[in-house]
Design a protein around this ligand. Sequence first.
Ligand SMILES: Cc1ncc(COP(=O)(O)O)c(C=O)c1O
Length: 379
Amino acid sequence: MKNHFRLEEQLAKLHQNISTPALLVDGQQMDMNLREMQSWADTHNVNLRPHIKTHKSIDFAKEQIAMGAKGITVAKLSEAQKMAGAGIDDIFIANQIAQPTKIKDLRRLHEKINLITGMDHEWHIDVLKKEFADCSKPLPVRIEIDSGFGRCGIKPGDGRLLELAKHILAKKWLKLEGLFTHAGQSYTAKSKDEVGQIARKEAADILKAKTVLAQNGIEIATVSVGSTPTAREVISRPGITEARPGNYIFYDGIQQALGSCNFDQCSLFVLATVISQPAENKIVCDAGSKALNLDRGAHSSQILDGFGTVLNIDGKIKSLSEEHGIIILDKPEPIKIGSPVLIIPNHACVVANLYDRYHVVDKNLSVQTVPISCRGLSQ
Ligand SMILES: Cc1ncc(COP(=O)(O)O)c(C=O)c1O
């Protein structure tokens, strides 16, 4: 695994100019990850609508659109507002909006852009009603299907699906635009084969829901799926029209353990500095839980050995306090205090949300800072 990383070769130089802990992005690798997924979707005639919760960056979202993405997916209204403010005009909030206080803003946004939102209960219609009932432009909505994750959504054989679809169709201010599902249980798979089975079930369940509605005279335009582990398989299933992977822009330690990528495809790194060597086999760096997050695969079958993968030093990040990362060395050796540490995070999405900016390193090793525009936008 070691020595594959361009950034590792130039680490000393990068470390001279960037105050740590910091987020580095290998721009070339990130571009390759984006192109690969886009071309896989294009080959299968599936629209790509990447989930931006991973990178939370206006610049990266625009890059995804420039490469061919149909629009973007967000988790939160506040993310949608920020992205729309920067000119992105096709946004799916792949989530339920349940708090009445958000609905005025939702309508304002709907009037500006092509906005789609999710729902899985009639109550969501009631929440929207107060602000939308007199709206001449119908709000496109998608019903969430539970394809085995057991989070939100209606199971395809559940009678509530048809009931909800009928309720939506009865409102002239709503437009039933599609169905969506997220096979988050792929993170608990124990093998690539199991990920494949989950991807096939993800497709089969959402297509079953579409069939149930079709048998009742209700045609559905968009069949939207997606998680990074299942993306390749599910995109290739006939009948799928849209995919929403997010993590694939960076990949990370959890994706590597699941077999979604190899370490060479990871494009996001935490750059840290050795601040102490309290024992021959132990060093301390300046990246703690506020720089790396405590996630070792919380929802995963693969509980990772450590809080990130150290690339340039032979050792494991065994514990974290808020501002300190404790690295146990594979064999005792002196490590110079002040030297750099390059780490692949376990879970890129939560780590990105801890920083204000990326340092994107291009192929000539020039560094450009990119703001993490939606960082902290969880409303
Ligand atoms: C509804 C929904 N769609 C798409 C995604 C993207 O999946 P991934 O993070 O595996 O790329 C997520 C991730 O949590 C999600 O919740």
